[in-house]
Design a protein around this ligand. Structure first.
Ligand SMILES: Cc1ncc(COP(=O)(O)O)c(C=O)c1O
Length: 405
């Protein structure tokens, strides 16, 4: 994708200013079709796009039109999915530590609720036993690119513990709920098939044993998201064909649900940032850019690697740089000691593969404005999120007249 967008990068930066997220909508749809096609030609499959990766309305809308379902983790995401066109029947809510007023919203919205705890089930039963339910179980299998994104190990906060799941299902049946699915999500950014296969075995065994002990009949088993993408040049991509084949060899008699976020959007998007300062110090040369960890937090939060390249770097001699942002924080670093073609002030840099957990984790830290998002589709560019204005920073703030001195 990078090549296609890189050709337009200068023009886009001029037109929309920087920092700027640019998403190749065709690439995103190709990713969706690849993962859906590969699994669905082997098994009845539902792809729930994990919209926490990027919940921009234009992205949601395109994926909905392609046939995707949506996995949401907050009622704000449900609100966005409904606005983008998803009908409630295609939305699953996988929340944790859910409030009662949120449960009421879910019941009224008519979405599928993925129960995360017995507390949530009991509180929901007092509101209504109408909604269809699935259970998120803690499968005691965790994996992921960083400790902070591992969600399925025994000590994780997510899901009903394995030793409580049978009791939870029985309780749901007693309340009169229609229990239709069994769900788990083990972590994010997984590049090997091993953890997925382990989880498929565990979930299939568990579903069988729950069906025989409680009489429940599951329509689907959901193995969550976590399908990794390579960020470094030498990383090997997940072999999705092989994975789908191995999963279908062991999967038994249900609809398979998967919840890819990163796989669909990560490599569809780059971040354009303008270099405003080159600072030579005795130890290092810093490239000071106009994006910081307020714009893209993955390197600061997870130590994540993103390829970075000057938009016009060809033929220039190489130098080593630290690439940093404008925040008053020492951790505001995108890359250390990175070799790049020589960069001058005013040059444009592209940070690659930022479509997942890029914009969606951005913030107003240091009172900085969130950037614009642009979508390229069929060769044309469309503004899909306006850059924030100063007024947005203060729009919910009050200085009460009666505030004492
Ligand atoms: C419940 C759930 N499903 C799916 C995902 C998507 O993960 P990924 O973007 O790695 O596919 C997440 C992300 O953490 C999640 O929490």
């Amino acid at each position: 994708m990078a090549g296609k967008v890189m050709q337009k990068a200068e023009e886009l930066a001029e037109k929309y200013d920087t920092p700027l997220y640019v998403t190749d909508g065709d690439r995103m749809i190709a990713n969706y079709k690849r993962i859906f096609g590969t699994f669905s030609e082997r098994l009845p499959t539902r792809v729930y796009y994990a919209c926490k990766a990027n919940a921009n309305l234009a992205i949601l809308h395109l994926l909905y039109r392609e046939g995707s379902y949506a996995d949401t983790v907050s009622i704000g995401e449900i609100f966005s999915c409904l606005k983008a066109g998803f009908p409630p029947e295609k939305i699953m809510f996988t929340g944790t530590n859910v409030r009662n007023d949120e449960l009421i919203y879910l019941v009224n919205a008519g979405v599928l609720i993925n129960i995360d705890s017995i507390s949530e089930l009991v509180r929901l039963s007092k509101i209504s036993a109408e909604p269809k339910l699935s259970f998120r179980v803690n499968p005691e299998i965790g994996a992921g690119h960083h400790e902070k994104v591992v969600t399925g190990k025994r000590t994780s906060k997510f899901g009903v513990p394995l030793n409580q799941i049978e009791g939870a299902v029985r309780k749901a049946i007693d309340y009169g709920f229609d229990v239709v699915g069994l769900h788990c999500h083990i972590g994010s950014g997984i590049l090997e098939s091993g953890p997925f296969l382990k989880v498929v075995d565990r979930m299939c065994d568990l579903a069988e044993s729950l069906e025989s002990s409680t009489g429940v009949e599951f329509e689907f088993i959901d193995i969550g998201g976590g399908f990794g993408v390579p960020y470094k040049r030498d990383e090997v991509a997940l072999d999705i064909e092989n994975l789908a084949q191995e999963i279908s060899d062991r999967f038994r008699g249900k609809i398979l649900a998967i919840e890819p976020g990163r796989y669909i959007v990560a490599d569809s998007t780059l971040l354009l940032t303008r270099v405003n300062t080159i600072k030579e110090t005795p130890e290092k040369t810093f490239i000071g850019a106009d994006a910081g960890f307020n714009t893209l937090i993955r390197p600061a939060m997870y130590g994540s690697y993103h390829r970075i390249m000057p938009v016009k770097g060809e033929g220039k001699k190489k130098r080593r740089y630290d690439i940093v942002g404008p925040l008053c924080e020492s951790g505001d670093v995108f890359a250390e000691d990175r070799e790049l073609p020589e960069v001058k002030e005013g040059d444009l840099l592209a940070i690659l593969d930022v479509g997942a957990y890029g914009f969606s984790m951005s913030s107003n830290y240091n009172s900085r404005l969130k950037p614009a998002e642009v979508m390229i589709k069929n060769g044309k560019d469309y503004l899909v999120r306006e850059r924030e204005k100063f007024e947005d920073l203060i729009k919910n703030q009050l200085v009460p007249e009666e505030l004492p001195k």
